[in-house]
Design a protein around this ligand. Structure first.
Ligand code: SAM
Ligand code: SF4
Length: 330
């Protein structure tokens, strides 16, 4: 039973941990071309991340997602994930760009990662390179294949849809997911961090538009209860297949009422909401009072008092949240 309950009665059972702000890609909606990453002294050590994960689990968190930046670029990531996998969790999951999965998929499954999300915004090599600035589609496809062989209980593709960039590929992406026996979620771009060279309002393509495009090709059956995990996705089954299609719609369908999650940045900031700056500096507590687990837990419990009721995203305004998604931990 979780001890983490906010002012609105929401029970927090899910922690997303960004284990690095670094990445081997530079997706245009996530990062500016020229990013400055955090200096080492400012980021949590692997031991500190583990101590925090342990404290959250002791307070009732049942599910942890490892994310980033690209989690697999952090040295020691697999050992950390293995340790976290030994905590009494219902679920350990991960989000990755797939670039390094070929080498680590089997090990990730072996150390207890149950489900994995792999980002894939295009199936066309040049377009993929353009969207990620430096990415190599063939590596990601090899990574997806390795994940399929590795024995995860679920693999989901994540696609951020942008008008004029990849909105014309949603049908192809669903076909690919169906062929490979995977799920796929389409995500509306969120105004996190200032990025260059791309006007977010102009490229906005809503989940409803994606769904309408898909319904011309596929029969989508609403999944009752849409696997209510407190997650923001609304799910549909592609009729006659094992694949589900999800829609994550921070603009067009607010999902805050059921929010059961908080996020830990690699700087040790506990973010109470994706779309707000409300946060608590847990690194400071850890470093000032080493070994004082009760003090850390008290700080985490107190943080629940400032979890905002909801986020407001305005596409036409400058972002109110200045951190980029690689810091937030998507
Ligand atoms: N590097 C890993 C990856 O790409 O899967 C994990 C971290 S990434 C920040 C997590 C997810 O956030 C990805 O699926 C990415 O497409 C998504 N993302 C990044 N910036 C976003 C934005 N501004 N709006 C919506 N989704 C975003
Ligand atoms: Fe890296 Fe993921 Fe951000 Fe792309 S979305 S730049 S892969 S952290």
């Amino acid at each position: 039973m979780t001890q983490l309950i906010d002012r609105f009665g929401r029970r927090i059972r899910y922690l997303r941990i960004s284990i690095t702000d670094r990445c081997d890609l530079r997706c245009r909606y996530c990062m500016a071309e020229d990013m400055t990453f955090l200096p080492r002294a400012q980021i949590l050590t692997l031991e500190e991340i583990y101590t925090l994960a342990e404290a959250f689990v002791a307070l009732g968190v049942e599910k942890i997602r490892i994310t980033g930046g690209e989690p697999l670029v952090r040295r020691g990531a697999l050992e950390l994930i293995e340790k976290i996998g030994r905590l009494p969790l219902k679920e350990l999951v991960m989000t990755t760009n797939g670039m390094r999965l070929a080498a680590s998929a089997r090990q990730l499954a072996a150390v207890g990662v149950r489900r994995i999300n792999i980002s894939l915004d295009s199936l066309r090599p040049e377009r993929f390179r353009h969207l990620t600035r430096v990415g190599d589609l063939s590596r990601v496809l090899t990574g997806i294949e390795a994940a399929r062989q590795a024995g995860f209980s679920g693999i989901k593709l994540n696609t951020v849809v942008m008008r004029g960039s990849n909105h014309d590929e949603v049908v192809d992406l669903v076909r690919f997911a169906v062929d490979k026996g995977l799920d796929i979620s389409f995500i509306e771009e969120m105004p996190l961090g200032v990025i260059d060279g791309h006007d977010r309002a102009a490229v906005f393509y809503s989940s409803d538009q994606v769904r309408a495009d898909l319904m011309r090709e596929f029969k989508l059956l609403p999944v009752v209860e849409h696997r209510r995990t407190g997650g923001p996705s609304r799910y549909f089954k592609v009729a006659g297949t094992e694949s589900r299609v999800g829609f994550i719609s921070p603009h067009s369908h607010n999902f805050c009422a059921d929010c059961n999650r908080v996020r830990l940045t690699v700087e040790g900031r506990l973010l109470l909401c994706l779309g707000n700056e409300h946060s608590v500096d847990l690194k400071q507590v850890l470093r000032r009072y080493p070994g004082e687990g009760d003090r850390l837990k008290a700080a985490i419990m107190k943080a629940m008092e400032i979890k905002p009721e909801r986020h407001y995203f305005e596409l036409d305004e400058q972002p109110i949240v200045l951190r980029h998604m690689n810091v937030t931990g998507g």
